[in-house]
Design a binder for this molecule. Structure first.
Ligand SMILES: Cc1cc2nc3c(=O)[nH]c(=O)nc-3n(C[C@H](O)[C@H](O)[C@H](O)COP(=O)(O)O)c2cc1C
Length: 184
């Protein structure tokens, strides 16, 4: 499936994300470990080389990880992404941990939690990951950026760029201006 999608998206994209961290696909997040991860990413990198030659353009490939990872898993991922020479890593997707919602009536809902409640978990993963990646490839920070200071914090923790999703819904395009001002 990943190879088919890569082939279809390749001619149209500026960069492509390999999403192994969606909470909505059964067992998908199991791809974030060891042998499965290196097999998947190696196959995609080989395909990328073929597609780059066929289309005469190099489209960078980033892998996107969950915020629900422990230190050993982060170690493992950092090792694999460096050894297969991924072009980037995106940290993070939504969290399945609803503990920050306390007794909120929707705390029992299935699916991933985004925005402010994922920010600290996301930042923790970003920080640990950046220490292990040690500048070898760019990290795109995402998760809980609701204002300019949140974007600046991601860069301070080791991200090279940031993405916003939920914040854009709650704050609108003004958020982008605020992030740019904070990053200056
Ligand atoms: C409704 C919704 C749909 C999403 N769909 C995807 C998706 O298809 N692929 C993906 O990699 N991430 C997806 N995400 C995760 C976001 O891209 C982002 O990583 C996450 O929400 C954390 O950032 P935020 O706090 O700025 O929303 C989705 C998030 C939300 C809220």
């Amino acid at each position: 499936d990943y190879l088919i999608c890569l082939e279809k998206a390749y001619p149209h994209a500026s960069y492509i994300t390999v999403n192994i961290s969606s909470p909505n696909t059964k067992n998908l997040r199991a791809l974030q470990g060891g042998d499965e991860l290196s097999a998947l990413l190696e196959a995609l990198k080989n395909k990328q080389a073929q597609l780059a030659a066929a289309h005469g353009k190099y489209v960078p490939l980033a892998v996107k990880i969950a915020p629900d990872l422990d230190e050993a898993q982060i170690d493992d991922i950092a090792h694999v992404v460096k050894s297969v020479e991924m072009d980037g890593i995106i940290a993070t997707n939504t969290t399945v941990d609803k503990s920050s919602l306390g007794s909120h009536p929707l705390a029992g809902e299935q699916g991933g939690l985004s925005g402010l409640p994922v920010r600290e978990k996301s930042n923790q993963v970003l920080k640990l990951l950046a220490e292990r990646i040690d500048g070898k490839l760019p990290i795109i920070g995402v998760g809980g950026i609701m204002n300019g200071a949140d974007a600046a914090e991601k860069i301070r923790l080791g991200a090279s760029a940031v993405q916003v999703y939920s914040g854009l819904i709650y704050r609108g395009p003004e958020l982008i201006k605020e992030c740019l001002a904070a990053l200056k």
